[in-house]
Write a protein that binds this ligand. Sequence first.
Ligand SMILES: *Cc1c(COP(=O)(O)O)cnc(C)c1O
Length: 629
Amino acid sequence: MNARAETYEDLYGLHSWSNGLLDVTPDGAACLRLPLQPGARPTPLPQVIEAIEARGIRAPVLLRVQQFLEHSLNRLHEAFRAAMESTGYTGQYRGVFPIKVNQQAEVISHLMTAGQQYNYGLEAGSKPELLIALSQPLTEDALLICNGSKDEDFIRLALLSRKLGLRTVIVIETLEEFDLIRRASEDLNIRPLLGVRVKLTERVTGKWQDSSGDRSAFGLGAHDLVTLMDRLRSSGFLDCLVLQHSHLGSQVPDIIDIRRATGEACRFFSEIARMGAPLTHLDLGGGLGVDYSGARRPDDNSVNYTVEEYCANIVETIRYAMDEADLPHPVIVTESGRFVVAHSSIFVFEVLGATLYDAAQRPDTQADDHHLITDLLAVENYIAAPRFQEALNDAVYYRDELRALFRRGQIGLEQLSRAEQGFLYLAGLFKAAAHAGPSQAETAASLGAFTDHYLGNFSLFQSLPDVWAIGQLHPVMPLQRLNELPARQAVISDITCDSDGKLDQFILAGGTAGALPVHDLLEDTPYLIGVFFVGAYQETLGDLHNLFGDANVVTISLDGTGEFSIEHETEADTVAEVLSYVEYDPRACLDAFRKRVELAVTAGKADAAERRRMIAAYKDALAGSTYFD
Ligand SMILES: *Cc1c(COP(=O)(O)O)cnc(C)c1O
């Protein structure tokens, strides 16, 4: 069954969505690549997992790759630099990372280190996020942008941070907020750097379109904006207004929307400047999308532009608008979160088992078979190409008739069992025929009902919450045997007891599909599946459904020789930890269990050895992971 590795990379569409970060080794292992060093040796993912396991950390594991984080960060800054240079833009670019997109200490810390050369800043949308930002080594020229609803404590802290030399900009979201800022500023005698969040009327398309346009919950519309300008002027704060913030949305699929919205933001900018504010920064917020599917189309899982186009469009639009308004080119700020972190994390889990929708063994014909069973088994004779669909229709018909006979008491359980088994046997033949046939896509669609179920050792709700909540698609691919033709098509269920806990939409070369091509499981050989580009939004949105806790997290660094080093590891939640999150005291639980065991021993229902085993099993489980060992 061995064929050229490329064939199966093509099946999963790897080269469309991988951004040069992933590849397949000649022996069929998914591997990590350094896209800017084509000569560097790739690092096979199964080997990474093996090495991590040798250290006692098992899948499910979230793997962070430091170089992938740096790669996105560099690409964004380089794209803005190149766009500015080629259009003669005289302002600068200052990126900030919106902390909500990935608050993990380790990620923020690495972004600060890697972003130092760019004076990369942070965006805080809440008090806890502000406290995170204030604890980071921001450079003198980096921005700290404060968005979101703010109370007095938030505002006072932001104002006080000016005394540390930080460029903290408080973005006014409502008229009331300005009154709080004014009072706190006068009280502390600290002049603020102010921004104003302007609500654009242009709507963007995509999953988050409701957060755009004039019905969006955030920001000031034209009327409030004019009122604010009056208040700023009359209270002597107009000279503090240095930044205009116009968040474009998230994962904006269409570059035309970005251009239009940027154009409108520029109109507001030049009007606010004309009214006397010393604006120097135009902040376009988030919206820079990730092409999860690699389709390069303006749909929910893709975008029709590259980061280079995004930057070029923004820079060009702003340059024209500012030249026209006779204003100096402002510092362009974006709060691109998803783009910067999405690619850096890969979620890996192991398949625990499979429920197969076929049977290798043909039931043999028996004298007392109902004639419909004989008819069903005879379908085998005409499965091949021209009569494929007819055979499929017949098989389903005979099986359903036999089921009806059983319900009416006309055949017994043995006959039903033979009918079901006969149908599964045919299902195997249908799948094989579809595989061999030329019009694979068509026939595969009619085989949807024969899809196998693979069980993955993970919780969708904990590790891939957006898949469940908003139908987000991430590329999914087995990590090994990619040089072998995958014989099966499977939906992947997680180990929660929730029927929503499954992956049943996949990005493949020909578009999305309801099943993932997978290999037959081999005994004693782990089968690993990777879910790619999950670095944005997933970690803190995850929940404790069925009390499955955080998976292990391991950060690695690639050295270009095919080797890697483990930079950081966070162990998964133990059962005891998860119990305490829902207010159980694990010690009290153990005590209660122990008492119960004692009673059983006293009553003669268990002996001393059993007591020891029971207590040990309970203790081991408390200290262990919530996932299957
Ligand atoms: C969520 C958010 C972002 C991040 O958006 P991405 O599309 O992930 O880049 C940026 N700015 C604000 C104000 C946000 O609310």
